[in-house]
Design a protein around this ligand. Structure first.
Ligand SMILES: NC(=O)c1ccc[n+]([C@@H]2O[C@H](COP(=O)([O-])OP(=O)(O)OC[C@H]3O[C@@H](n4cnc5c(N)ncnc54)[C@H](O)[C@@H]3O)[C@@H](O)[C@H]2O)c1
Length: 328
């Protein structure tokens, strides 16, 4: 069985690709074409699996290259996306082109082909929770151009399942963290600042609460979706069902890395008030029941996840970037 993974060179995609190879599948890794011939985070994949990867360079905005990428594939995991919320404020057109048109290109390329399509959404589509925990029936409310583009992509996938019988499900991860994540995300930002500063770290809003899910759990959720009886058109939240504020996470990480550090407020990192999603906590009953998925890294095990993540940043060259002006 050949599996196409879009966004394979990214954070979640590289872990998913590694897991699929570990399970014995043939993987074609769709990588955003770039002039450096870089395979992104796939460079960190265990060498025993890396040599089996079929690299495919392209751009999901181009329908021709997308139709080539899906040839001979049985399943597609679609993770390619622009994901930064702050960048979506200044480049919303790029988000429409990549997240909406890119998804449309993939859907058009598999019409009538019976290829399984596993689409990736995000908890950001819900906006600030109107009730807690958030189940899949919660209204969708775009608080950023990023969220708007993901809602549109999700609806396109649903519409193609309904109209053209494309076998597809949507996996909706809540905030995922772990080794290899971009320093633009909050946990890597906190860790790398803690590792490289002796007095203070700078953070934006400390009060937003999130359902942080460890990458190993998220990847297992994608695999559980793939192995499920594949009820087309269904969406599954992947979250732990617990919430923690950014401030609390910062305190835990500071304690683990350097208890002397203080947190300084950094207004540049704050989002416009109505755009900041204040609470996101998942109701994961549907994934538990229908996908037989259960997050393992909660409560005491969450510590293990933080330790593994800290360890990765300690040993990684990305640390050199931590004093740059990356903004959460
Ligand atoms: N990280 C999280 O906490 C989180 C939470 C919820 C949902 N998601 C979703 O999971 C997916 C993966 O996110 P991630 O955290 O791994 O982000 P990431 O930025 O590490 O990965 C996204 C990948 O998409 C690729 N890409 C971007 N534009 C492309 C294009 N035009 N053509 C081909 N490839 C392109 C990028 O090169 C990158 O490798 C995304 O769909 C994102 O919306 C992520």
């Amino acid at each position: 069985m050949k599996i196409l993974v879009t966004g394979s060179e990214g954070f979640i995609g590289s872990h998913l690709t590694e897991k699929l190879l570990n399970l014995g599948y043939d993987v074609r890794a769709f990588i955003l074409y770039n002039s450096f011939n870089s395979v992104g985070l796939l460079k960190d994949v265990n060498p025993k699996y890396k040599k089996k990867i079929e690299y495919f360079f392209g751009d999901i905005r181009d329908p021709l290259v997308v139709s080539k990428a899906v040839e001979d594939c049985d399943t597609i995991f679609h993770l390619a996306s622009l994901i930064g919320i702050p960048y979506s404020y200044i480049a919303p057109g790029s988000y429409v082109a990549t997240n909406i048109n890119g998804t449309l290109n993939l859907l058009n390329s598999i019409k009538g082909k019976k290829i399984k399509f596993i689409h990736t959404s995000t908890s950001e589509v819900y906006g600030t929770a109107q009730y807690q925990p958030i189940n899949e029936l919660h209204p969708l409310n775009a608080q950023s151009p990023y969220a708007a583009s993901k809602i549109a992509a999700d609806q396109l996938v649903l519409s193609y399942a309904n109209t053209f019988n494309i076998p597809s499900i949507t996996i909706r991860p809540f905030n995922t963290f772990g080794p290899r994540q971009s320093l633009r995300a909050v946990i890597p930002t906190i860790i790398t600042q803690c590792l490289t500063n002796s007095k203070n770290i700078r953070l934006g809003s400390l009060s937003p609460k999130r359902d942080f899910t460890y990458i190993k759990d998220t990847v297992n959720g994608f695999i559980a979706g793939f192995n499920s009886n594949f009820k087309s058109g269904e969406t599954f939240n992947l979250g732990t069902g617990t919430e923690i504020s950014i401030g609390e996470i910062a305190k835990i990480l500071i304690k683990k890395i350097n208890p002397k550090l203080k947190i300084n407020n950094d207004n540049i990192r704050k989002r416009p008030k109505k755009s900041e999603v204040m609470r996101l906590i998942s109701d994961n009953h549907k994934a538990k029941k229908e996908l037989k998925w259960k997050p393992k890294y909660i409560n005491k095990k969450l510590n293990e996840a933080f330790d593994e993540t800290i360890q990765w940043y300690k040993g990684n060259e990305l640390i050199n970037l931590s004093n740059s002006d990356y903004i959460v």
